[in-house]
Design a protein around this ligand. Structure first.
Ligand SMILES: NC(=O)c1ccc[n+]([C@@H]2O[C@H](COP(=O)([O-])OP(=O)(O)OC[C@H]3O[C@@H](n4cnc5c(N)ncnc54)[C@H](OP(=O)(O)O)[C@@H]3O)[C@@H](O)[C@H]2O)c1
Length: 659
């Protein structure tokens, strides 16, 4: 779609550059009060400059105008464009008064035109979308209080022309970011219950003279949304942007809190602070960002406008919502001036989440049909030695960091613990998780498989696994059901799960693979698992299963790390239509200290562990690391912000010690 830019100041260059790189939209025309600015932008981006807005509307055919003029000109320019039959995307604010903003929305509707407005970026942002997902999943329980901050600091320090900003104040310039997100997620504000305004630093210097602006530069307001959710909003041109509360949103619910560091920014710094979740009573845990696959720029809302026009739907960043935001600002100003609470009665269409964030598993999954998260968390208590590690906090932290795949097994003795954790306030609900279970080697006989699965489901308090696996192909002598493993000492549990004769030789059992697999398939028939899997099979065993199965395994889990990449097994797994899953991806001796991995890690500013996990993920193999360290847990799920080059993957492959 052809696009025209009106207002060719500082920000226009960023828009033009983004449009030049974006598919489906093309900058064709420019205009500005200063014709030389329009000329310069047009020349740089192969567009035509017009000497005025009227000339552009007369001469250019671009159906979509991007209004990047100065604040006080927004409404007038948008009105002229709409009257000339053009769709408009306006920089913020849509207008300086609610009446003007609503008039523009009505005019666009009457003319059958689309109207969109900034701030749009954050509506598309990955961190924002994931925050909204946590809210929709009810991880916080009913939200009762939100802290919303827009502390933008002293304007003369960040803008060469501070006066227009100081004149409209911090609400219309800064508070629009959190207000846009909050109204998109929670619906309209129904009341401004209280508000306070102040002038903390009203002067600035213009050409050597002190100039005083009357507009307050600091506001605090108490807003009420539908359903009783309240927000304390602070917007300031005084509090410096180095504050801990620069542009953050913090949601507080009955079950937990969620912190979004920058409501208005698309950048995901990856330092673990962008989005954090804390269930009640627990410290904040970084939320890992899944791979959204979205690419953002100033062109993103313009591309969405072009699509919205083609599909005749409201744009994501709609003028109607922007008008409501102006209305809220006006109400805050009124309450701050009069002390009288203000009721609002606007209706808003709910905003639709991005497809990646609304999917069963947010972000890119492995195995389209299965919707398998690309990284999981291993729930085994084993770490070698003669004791077990305690996984209560680690599993909780993994869930809080956004982990959606838990690898379980009756052997691990953690099913009852996970069952308990899933019931706790703040945990994801069953439908948002992918749960893997495994039958142990001593339970391979038909009835024992059925009993083992029944017991595991009961311990977990779930109706069905997403995938139930044979832990190993080997059958060992049956001891007794293993449901109470967690209550036994390490020694007792070992005796039950690794039965040996007096010489210490494992007691095998004569249960054919066929019998066990028939039992596994019976579990699918009973609805106790959605899919089947195998673990630790060799190529020959995989072929046997594939030949006999009427419900073939969908996942094959086996040991895989750079020292043991198991390339042939990966290939065989895929040949039989299964998804490879890498267990024990990090624990090989000396692996994480390997100089090759360390060098690659330094190159990408990540850890060796993240490189190993990325090496798997990038090749479509799901690693299921385990950890007892909160920072490691979050980092292990955050492997989507860097790509390994072909040479780096080769260098890692070259570490193989398995021939
Ligand atoms: N199917 C099977 O037969 C089978 C066999 C073995 C394992 N598994 C599955 O695979 C899962 C993982 O295997 P695993 O338990 O052998 O462990 P692993 O994930 O290979 O390694 C765990 C070790 O790595 C360390 N670690 C984790 N993340 C780290 C990081 N970012 N930086 C530095 N060190 C890190 C951990 O220490 P910290 O705790 O200090 O982070 C721990 O010592 C198991 O829980 C289980 O679900 C399956």
């Amino acid at each position: 779609m052809d696009v025209a830019i009106v207002g060719c100041g500082f920000i226009a260059e960023a828009y033009a550059a983004a449009l030049a790189a974006a598919p489906g939209v093309r900058l064709r025309a420019t205009a500005d009060l200063a014709p030389e600015r329009a000329e310069a932008l047009a020349t740089a981006y192969d567009a035509v400059a017009y000497p005025s807005l009227d000339a552009l509307l007369d001469g250019a055919s671009a159906p979509l105008v991007v209004n990047l003029t100065i604040h006080h000109a927004h409404a007038e320019v948008t009105r002229a464009c709409l009257k000339a039959g053009r769709h408009v995307f306006s920089e913020k604010p849509l207008a300086l008064s609610a009446a003007e903003a609503h008039a523009l929305v009505d005019l666009a509707a009457a003319e059958g035109l689309h109207l969109g407005a900034a701030p749009a970026a954050s509506l598309f942002g990955d961190a924002q979308q994931l925050a909204w997902r946590y809210l929709r999943e009810d991880r916080l329980g009913p939200v009762r209080m939100i802290y919303a901050d827009a502390n933008l600091g002293r304007v003369p320090e960040w803008n060469a022309n501070p006066e227009p900003f100081l004149r409209i104040g911090p609400l219309l310039d800064g508070a629009v970011y959190p207000l846009t997100l909050l109204t998109a997620w929670l619906g309209p504000v129904v009341a401004v219950e209280a508000a306070h305004q102040a002038r903390l630093n009203p002067d600035f210097e213009r050409e050597g003279e002190r100039v005083t602006i009357d507009t307050p530069d600091h506001y605090t307001a108490m807003l009420r949304f539908a359903h009783g959710v309240r927000a304390r909003l602070t917007a300031s041109f005084f509090v410096p942007h180095q504050t801990q509360h620069f542009n953050s949103l913090e949601f507080h619910g009955d079950k937990g809190s969620l912190y979004l560091r920058n409501a208005g920014d698309l950048a995901w710094t990856g330092d673990g602070g962008d989005l954090q979740f804390a269930r009640l009573g627990a410290p904040y845990q970084p939320v890992a960002l899944p791979k959204s696959g979205e690419v953002f720029s100033y062109a993103t809302p313009i591309m969405d406008m072009a699509e919205a026009i083609a599909e005749d739907r409201p744009p994501v960043a709609s003028g109607r919502q922007a008008a409501h935001v102006v209305e809220i600002v006006e109400a805050i100003e009124s309450v701050a001036a009069t002390g009288e609470p203000f009721q609002l009665e606007t209706e808003l269409q709910p905003t639709v989440p991005r497809a990646w964030a609304a999917a069963k598993v947010p972000g890119r999954t492995i195995g389209e049909a299965e919707g398998l998260p690309p990284v999981g968390f291993g729930c085994s208590r084993y770490r070698g030695g003669t004791t077990y590690v305690d996984l209560e906090n680690p599993i909780m932290q993994a869930l809080d960091s956004g982990c959606r795949l838990l690898d379980l097994a009756e052997l691990y003795g953690t099913e009852a613990l996970v069952g308990d954790l899933l019931q706790r306030p703040g945990s994801p609900t069953r439908k948002d998780l992918y749960l893997i279970g495994k039958v142990w080697n001593t339970n391979h006989a038909y009835d024992d498989v059925i009993a083992a699965c029944r017991q595991s489901l009961a311990a977990l308090g779930i109706d069905a696994f997403d995938c139930y696996m044979m832990h190993w192909p080997q059958a060992w002598a049956h001891q007794r059901p293993l449901g109470d493993l967690s209550t036994h000492s390490h020694e007792e549990a070992q005796a039950l799960t690794f039965p040996t004769d007096e010489k210490g030789v494992i007691l095998e059992a004569n249960v054919p693979l066929e019998e066990t697999w028939r039992a596994m398939e019976a579990l699918v028939d009973r609805g106790w698992t959605r899919a089947l899997g195998v673990s630790n099979f060799n190529e020959e065993q995989l072929a046997r299963i594939a030949a006999m199965a009427s419900a073939p395994p969908r996942i094959h889990q086996f040991e895989r790390h750079p020292y043991r990449p198991n390339h042939a097994l990966v290939e065989a797994t895929r040949r039989h239509g299964m998804i490879p899953m890498a267990h024990s991806p990090l624990s090989a001796d000396g692996l994480l200290q390997d100089p090759v991995l360390r060098a690659i890690a330094a190159q990408h500013d990540v850890s060796s562990a993240q490189v190993v996990l990325r090496w798997n993920v990038q090749q479509g193999i799901i690693p299921i690391p385990s950890s007892t360290n909160a920072a490691h847990i979050a980092a292990n799920l955050s492997v989507f912000r860097f790509d390994l080059s072909r040479d780096e993957i080769q260098a890692i492959d070259d570490l193989a010690q398995d021939g």
